[in-house]
Design a protein around this ligand. Structure first.
Ligand code: CP
Ligand code: NVA
Length: 300
């Protein structure tokens, strides 16, 4: 494993190795056991979109590993003025030991990896959000003990979160169902991958998708960059909500996760959100541990 660009690139074994290391690093942090695996190393973090969790967890994680995190807003970089990513990659490779990037196009992340010669970590693109989904898988295993026999259900937009959850969920052996409006299905690349699995189901009925689910997830109806479509999307996604009625379809002990930020009373009701806040904020914490594991795997 040289980079973390998308879940499609990871084998099941690599995913499990990351989750095991993340569990270990979480244990060490909680017990005050130092783990300076990245002493003397520097991570550049390029942000072309806003972030709370990704920025703070990478920055803190790098510090806890003994390394140095460098926050690089695209507003201040020449990349924001049109310097090609191919050149940025070759320059930054000579200063840094790794780059985390949050941007729009997946191609930009793949280009960084192709032109640079240091590990690249995808901190969210329009296509996928692998760091979030590694934390989600870590959280599911923590609450459920294992992935065996579990059904994971995603309600809402066939977006970056859905894409990574489908691939990650299927790779670790869960059954995966997704309910999305017909015009908002995941892209062909993801559906082609998922179609090889009998335990994958896509429907436009949230009630059907949620049936007997052990884990339910959702995400905002309008992602970063889609603010102009918010009104249209509010109409298209009406009904694609995690609420009490939907929860009644799931298993009694089902957990609910949300990558955050959440829009209460849109994709999830306040009531369900607060009833599952324990799981949702453990998930947010696990971003830190899962990403530290990724950085150690790639950069140590
Ligand atoms: N879930 C997530 O990636 O959060 P941020 O946008 O705050 O980084
Ligand atoms: N789908 C959301 C996820 C935010 C973490 C977005 O891209 O804005």
């Amino acid at each position: 494993m040289k980079h973390l660009l998308k879940m499609l690139d990871l084998s099941t074994e690599e995913i499990i190795e990351i989750l095991n290391l993340a569990d270990q690093l979480k244990y060490e942090l909680k017990h005050g056991i130092p783990h300076p695996h990245l002493q003397g190393k520097t991570l550049g973090m390029i942000f072309q979109k806003a972030s709370t969790r990704t920025r703070v967890s990478f920055e803190t994680g790098m510090y806890q590993l003994g390394g140095y995190p460098l926050f690089l807003s695209s507003n201040d970089l020449q990349i924001g003025r049109g310097e090609p990513v191919q050149d940025t990659a070759r320059v930054l490779s000579r200063y840094l030991d790794g780059i985390m990037i949050r941007t729009f196009e997946q191609k930009e992340v793949e280009d960084l990896a192709n032109y640079g010669n240091i590990p690249i970590i995808n901190g969210l693109t329009d296509f996928c959000h692998p760091c979030q989904v590694l934390a989600d898988l870590m959280t599911i295993r923590e609450f459920k003990g294992s992935f065996d026999g579990l059904k994971m259900c995603f309600i809402g937009d066939g977006n970056n979160m859905a894409n990574s959850l489908i691939v990650g969920g299927l790779k670790v052996g869960m059954a995966v169902s997704i309910a999305c409006p017909n015009d908002y299905q995941p892209p062909k690349e993801i559906l082609d991958f998922a179609s090889k699995y009998d335990c994958f189901e896509m429907t436009d009925s949230p009630m059907q998708a949620a049936k007997d689910a052990d884990v339910l997830l959702t995400d905002v109806w309008a992602s970063m960059g889609q603010e102009g479509e918010a009104e249209k999307r509010r109409k298209a996604f009406a009904g694609y909500q995690i609420n009490d009625e939907l929860m009644a379809q799931a298993k009694d002990d089902a957990i609910v996760l949300h990558c955050l930020p959440a829009h209460r009373e849109e994709e999830i009701t306040e009531k369900v959100f607060e009833a599952h806040a324990n799981e949702i904020f453990e998930e947010a914490e696990n971003r830190l541990h899962a990403q530290k594991a990724v950085m150690v795997k790639l950069m140590a």
